[in-house]
Design a protein around this ligand. Structure first.
Ligand code: NDP
Length: 319
């Protein structure tokens, strides 16, 4: 494989990922004259670009759309001359010693060398693992109500999951669809009280606690689902759309065997820091956070990663 040098010089800071963690890291790194280069990946702006209103990000008393929030973060990073490149990283070659250079290969067969790396690759939605789920994704099955809800205007849809994402999706869909079936496998929600309250009075949201999907019906496009309850009773629902919102997995495939990860694949960082087990490599946002996973905590850890990198370059890299 021929690898061309993307930049002729060695840079101080490469940021992989462009969600709230990546952009916050970029703003702080740029203001510290680290001239960050951000590889934004396949979904520039990260998962927030496919959510509806973000009501819990401080500073927006009326809420803000996830897309607008991310566009503003991007503009803010660019204001300080952060360079944002819409390319994806295919491989990383981490150095093992302090003061050594890392190499990042891009899918475009180019590479870049950097003294420091901030990983902010986020996470991706989980699949149920049921037959036909992958085949019918995009053909009635979706992971994003704001992206695909429109196709099911006035029709019946179902949402699977009992967390914040599922309730937000159900809420959004209830405004455009005829009926929304919300399938929760336990007998209670995991979502915040505020989100629970926001859906409880919606007449067209039918909450089915203790229900699981056992079959997806339809060959060329989704036609319905077969469900089972805790008493082993089964039933069928005719559907136009099925929205799966059952949590996320970290985007760490390219870091396997290169960084210390936990059992679920999240990057392990030192307590109270964003340091990974490789010198000059830091991780921020959902990719290292199996617990909080909020836009605000991601942004906070992006800031921490930039400060940690700045300190590393000043105190450890030169020694
Ligand atoms: P969560 O992990 O919080 O919830 C996942 C939900 O899916 C749970 O109800 C879980 O059930 C259910 N589930 C998991 N696997 C299956 C399965 N195989 N079949 C059926 N149900 C399943 O994920 P979310 O994506 O909802 O949220 C992730 C994080 O993002 C959270 O920290 C959340 O607070 C945050 N978030 C915040 C928002 C906001 O503040 N506005 C918006 C969206 C997300 P069980 O409980 O039984 O495990």
């Amino acid at each position: 494989m021929i690898i061309n040098n993307f930049y002729k010089k060695i840079v101080d800071c490469v940021i992989i990922g462009s969600g709230p963690a990546g952009y916050s890291a970029a703003i702080y790194a740029a203001r510290a004259d680290l001239n960050p280069i951000i590889f934004s990946g396949f979904q520039p702006g990260g998962q927030l670009t496919s959510t509806t209103n973000v009501d819990n990000y401080p500073g927006f008393p009326l809420g803000v759309s996830g897309k607008v929030l991310m566009e503003n973060c991007k503009k803010q990073a660019e204001r300080f001359n952060a360079v944002i490149i819409h390319k994806s990283v295919s491989e990383v070659h981490f150095s093992h010693q302090k003061g050594e250079i890392h190499r990042i290969d891009l899918e475009s067969k180019e590479s870049i060398e950097s003294k420091g790396i901030i990983i902010a690759t986020g996470s991706r939605p989980k699949f149920l693992g049921i037959e036909k789920e992958k085949k019918l994704t995009g053909l009635g099955i979706s992971f994003c109500a704001t992206c695909d809800g429109f196709f099911h205007k006035g029709k019946n849809v179902a949402v699977v999951g009992g967390g914040d994402t599922a309730l937000e999706e159900a809420n959004y869909l209830s405004n455009i669809c005829k009926n929304v079936y919300l399938l929760v496998r336990k007998n209670y929600f995991r979502a915040s009280k505020a989100l629970q309250n926001s859906i409880l009075n919606k007449k067209n949201i039918n909450i089915l606690f203790g229900h699981r999907i056992i079959e997806i019906i339809g060959n060329h496009f989704l036609e319905g689902i077969k469900i089972i309850n805790n008493n082993n009773q089964t039933s069928k629902i005719v559907l136009s759309g099925l929205f799966i919102a059952i949590g996320h997995s970290p985007n760490t495939d390219i870091f396997k065997k290169k960084l210390d990860l936990d059992k679920k694949g999240y990057i392990l960082v030192e307590k109270g820091s964003t340091r990974t087990n490789k010198p000059g490599v830091f991780a921020a946002g959902d990719v290292q956070d199996p617990i909080y996973r909020q836009a605000i905590t991601s942004a906070g850890s992006g800031c921490m990663a930039a400060l940690d990198l700045e300190k590393y370059l000043n105190l450890e890299f030169k020694k």
